[in-house]
Write a protein that binds this ligand. Structure first.
Ligand SMILES: [Zn+2]
Length: 102
């Protein structure tokens, strides 16, 4: 079992404990039919929050490995006169036709 799996399992156990504690507190404080409704709301809210946090982690990791052309960039050449440019239309002849080169 590697570190990541272990950390994931520990994380799951912690969250299980948190859910258990929350359900215990709610069922003590609030009478039955209402406690169930509030419990479901709290669990759904926590699940939503966890997923958003997870997405943000994945998102920030994704931007690091994100664009394979990021550092170098694709260069475009005018198909009409061959001028290298990154504009929509060629600064030399105004043609909008261009091809990508590396
Ligand atoms: Zn041109």
């Amino acid at each position: 079992m590697d570190e990541n799996t272990k950390r994931f399992l520990v994380n799951q156990m912690v969250w299980l404990g948190i859910y258990f504690a929350i359900s215990l507190v709610i069922s003590i404080l609030i009478p039955f039919p209402y406690s169930l409704v509030i419990l479901i709301g709290v669990i759904l809210g926590l699940a939503y929050w966890r997923r958003r946090r997870f997405m943000r982690q994945v998102g920030s990791a994704g931007s690091v490995f994100g664009n394979p052309f990021g550092s170098k960039g694709i260069e475009y050449y005018c198909m009409n006169c061959g001028t290298k440019h990154n504009k929509i239309s060629c600064p030399n002849c105004g043609s909008k036709l261009k091809k990508a080169g590396f």
